[in-house]
Design a protein. Structure first.
Length: 255
């Protein structure tokens, strides 16, 4: 990377990059790692991890050129954090339950965030959750933070009731015709759906990605069958497409 960014014979594209220009590539490579894992392609996973590592090296090299930090400091920093956050492995701490371990982990993260603050503003347990995360991921992280400080239902049944309540509020908003209110209530419904996923120990981001892939497979099944009949999807009525959807569910379930 030092060679690629060298003004003397380096690559023009690599030389002109900075932290901000690399953001979309860094995000894309992380998602490609996730995609390789979900597809079960371990050889592709090896390659995609290399691409993601390249982004770490790239950012580190830019920082080194600016006298900020280098790759060794990046690696050293995460090693120190792992030791600090695992006193039950690298120290004498003893946790008697998974809940104790989680609370200690959140407390360690809170102390780290507080040590970084230079202002006089009151601390929030929600500090440090990135604002540019995918909405489902951000929602889950914020709810986990709040739950770790006691703001959560102690069991799952009330969450089911809350989903029903929020769904009814969406219907009422729809009946009002107020689009801004509809959006607000749909957002509340999605938020409580994430909460339900948490209580059921389901990762909402992964669950939605899997359901979206399932929807795509079934829809493509419908497309193929309609095309084989020499027609276009727009030529079919909803009842016919719905019947093909049910057929797709059964056919794809057998695979």
């Amino acid at each position: 990377m030092a060679r690629l960014r060298s003004p003397d014979g380096g690559c023009a594209w690599d030389i002109e990059q900075d932290f901000y220009s690399l953001i979309p590539y860094t995000i894309e490579e992380a998602y490609e790692v996730a995609d390789a894992i979900e597809r079960g392609d371990l050889e592709d996973l090896r390659l995609e991890l290399g691409d993601l590592l390249l982004q770490v090296v790239f950012h580190s090299r830019i920082a080194e050129e600016r006298g900020l930090f280098d790759f060794e400091q990046v690696a050293g920093g995460i090693a120190e954090k792992l030791v600090r956050r695992h006193p039950h492995v690298f120290g004498d701490a003893v946790y008697h339950s998974d809940e104790e371990r989680k609370q200690a982990w959140e407390q360690a993260k809170l102390e780290e965030r507080q040590s970084k603050r230079s202002d006089e503003l009151p601390d929030s347990v929600l500090d440090g959750v990135p604002g540019n995360l995918p909405a489902l991921v951000q929602c889950e992280k914020i709810q986990n933070r709040a739950a770790s400080h006691g703001f959560d239902w102690p069991e799952v049944l009330p969450v089911f009731d809350k989903v029903t309540e929020e769904l009814e509020e969406v219907r009422e908003a729809w009946e009002s015709g107020d689009q801004a209110h509809i959006q607000e209530e749909v957002g509340d419904l999605l938020l409580v759906a994430v909460n339900l996923a948490r209580h059921l120990k389901v990762n909402p981001e992964i669950a939605l990605r899997e359901s979206t892939k399932k929807f795509s497979s079934r829809f493509q099944y419908i497309e193929r069958h309609v095309q084989e009949s020499g027609r276009d999807l727009r030529d079919c009525n909803l009842a016919e497409l719905d019947a093909l959807w049910d057929q797709a569910k059964q056919a794809l379930k057998k695979r």
